[in-house]
Design a protein around this ligand. Structure first.
Ligand SMILES: C[S@@+](CC[C@H](N)C(=O)[O-])C[C@H]1O[C@@H](n2cnc3c(N)ncnc32)[C@H](O)[C@@H]1O
Length: 266
């Protein structure tokens, strides 16, 4: 996460309760990603951006892993995860952008977190170095930059009065590559096998208003942290006012969400 935040901005904008509001919809991509992993006895696993830890525990138990470490930079998310630790599963604070663990893991796993880290090529090279010789990499990132929910946030960020405070901050998702680019990158990193796919998750929300709630659980956390308690409420109101008229007023509201899933093995 960017480090150039002024001291009066809250250090942790993640809100576990807000994130978990759409738990059912957010879990499906995790299980789809897990299905790509080849389970082996006694695996050592790291889950980068483990969040509230619920899915890290699923991962640990499903693979009957010897050791699983969930890493996250959000104290609020880690506080939620801590009680979920079981034998062989632990949670630690850490920044994915600085993660390095030469040859330590049989699986580097990350569900819905790597898009917060710029320069995917450098990042994936570093994550690949953390793998054992037969290791696997499994990643899911949202690929919805062209959604109205993302476009409106980016538009407002470029306008007064938010522009001045947000100048220079890369909006989340700007870093995500295309499926083809990931395929090429994985090949260049020396993976013999790979599976890369773009998938549309057709989420049914009660109404279009829930898109704002959804965005508050993830995308808008960066804006909340950077804008601080004085400006963020204005941003949120402007976001709602501009976004809702662009969405169909149907109930339930179909929210098609694109994600990229990729797995690679050596
Ligand atoms: C959308 S949540 C996903 C959580 C979990 N993987 C899941 O599937 O429910 C993204 C998580 O990534 C974490 N995160 C974002 N940037 C990070 C970074 N640079 N280093 C470590 N964690 C980060 C956030 O704190 C948050 O908990």
């Amino acid at each position: 996460m960017p480090q150039d935040v002024s001291p009066d901005v809250p250090p942790d904008a993640w809100d576990p309760a807000q994130y978990e509001r759409f738990q059912a919809q957010r879990q499906q991509p995790f299980f789809d990603l897990l299905a790509l992993v080849r389970g082996r006895p006694g695996m050592r696993v790291v889950d980068l951006g483990c969040g509230t830890g619920t899915l890290t525990r699923e991962l640990h138990l499903a693979l009957a892993a010897r050791e699983t470490v969930g890493i996250d930079s959000s104290p609020a998310m880690l506080a939620r995860a801590a009680p979920l630790a079981v034998a062989g599963l632990r949670f630690e604070p850490g920044d994915i952008a600085e993660f390095a663990a030469a040859g330590a893991y049989d699986l580097v796993f990350s569900n819905a977190a790597l898009h917060w880290v710029p320069d995917q090529a450098t990042l994936l090279r570093r994550l690949s170095e953390a793998l054992t010789p037969g290791g696997q990499l499994a990643v899911q990132v949202p690929a919805s930059h062209d959604d109205a929910a993302h476009r409106v946030a980016a538009e407002l960020a470029a306008e007064p009065p938010f522009q001045e405070t947000l100048a220079g901050s890369a909006p989340a998702l700007a870093t995500v590559l295309t499926p083809r680019e990931y395929a090429l990158l994985l090949d260049r990193l020396g993976y013999r096998e790979q599976h890369v796919r773009l998938q549309v998750y057709a989420h049914r929300l009660a109404s279009r208003d829930e898109v704002v709630e959804w965005a508050q659980g993830t995308l808008l956390t960066t804006y909340r942290r950077r804008l601080g308690p004085d400006l963020y409420p204005h941003f949120l109101q402007a976001y709602r006012d501009r976004l809702l008229p662009r969405l169909d007023d149907r109930r339930p509201y179909l929210f098609p969400f694109q994600r990229i899933l990729f797995w690679a093995g050596r």
